[in-house]
Design a protein around this ligand. Sequence first.
Ligand code: HPA
Ligand code: ZN
Length: 334
Amino acid sequence: MNEFNKIVEFINKSPKAELHLHIEGSLEPELMFKLSKRNKIEIPFKSVEEVRAAYDFSNLESFLKIYYEGSNVLINEEDFFDLTWEYILRCKQDNIVHTEIFFDPQSHLPRGVSFNSVISGIDKALKKANQDFGITSKIIMCFLRHLDEDQCFDVLKQACNYKDKIIGVGLDSSEKGNPPIKFKKLFEQAIKEGFLTVAHAGEEGPPEYIWDSLDLLKVKRIDHGVQCLKDEKLVDKLIQEQIPLTVCPLSNIKLCVFDKLEDHNLKKMMNKGLRVMVNSDDPAYFGGYLNKNLIETSKALNLQIDDVKELLENSFKSSFLDEKSKNHWLTKMH
Ligand code: HPA
Ligand code: ZN
């Protein structure tokens, strides 16, 4: 077996955790069509092929427009169950044993969908994942940063009724022009309520947004964070404090953060000692689930088995699992 095939085999067989996955971003065109019929919601596409052809993005903004349009077919609890269950079947295929998923209530509530339908559908599928496959999970609620902070407080209040299901809050949507400071009070309130915090930062936006996510939003992880290498002092801090960066290589290529996978800075980040791991972000839109991200990135950056091992170990170390569960999976890796 050649070296690359050994890496592919290693990736396929190793248990792994995924920490950056938007559940609405796992809506495959086939399910989008099925739900559009079931719920009688029109979508601006005639076929699955037409949907896939529209997934040609130039930046984050151009993706978000289509991503929010796609989410419009999600109405009832069972839609959120089906969506989540399809992702869980992919987890099973990719040997993901633990997943921490984001959801965006603010793209559903204004359409008249209840918070309870969204969270219950997701939660029931995750409970079944645990019963049927032993897959564990956490749920993180994201605020849409292009919206005002004021209107987020009501969503936070609703989340407080589901503290048994939601472990933390995050920040996603259009990064540029929507700095972390806009949400300082909201995140203070969320922390007071007992939620952990994370934030997308340094995907397209500047290193200052990573600093401010850490200092003002007190985040435990930075989602993406690939722009950090532009700021040496920031890199020093991220290394010293081993702040996890949830990197999403295929997403970064689809959204033109890097021209091609060979140009991705993941290996440079690893060489510096940053705590990074690989994730799929919005796999239905970006062309691949976790194993495909790992395999294609390994090929493009000439990663070795030890590099992949480090990425997978980081996925568990950086998760919100308890120490006992983390150690369980870390010892299984050796
Ligand atoms: N960045 C910001 N917002 C998002 C993303 C992303 O990668 N995916 C879904 N919402
Ligand atoms: Zn994301």
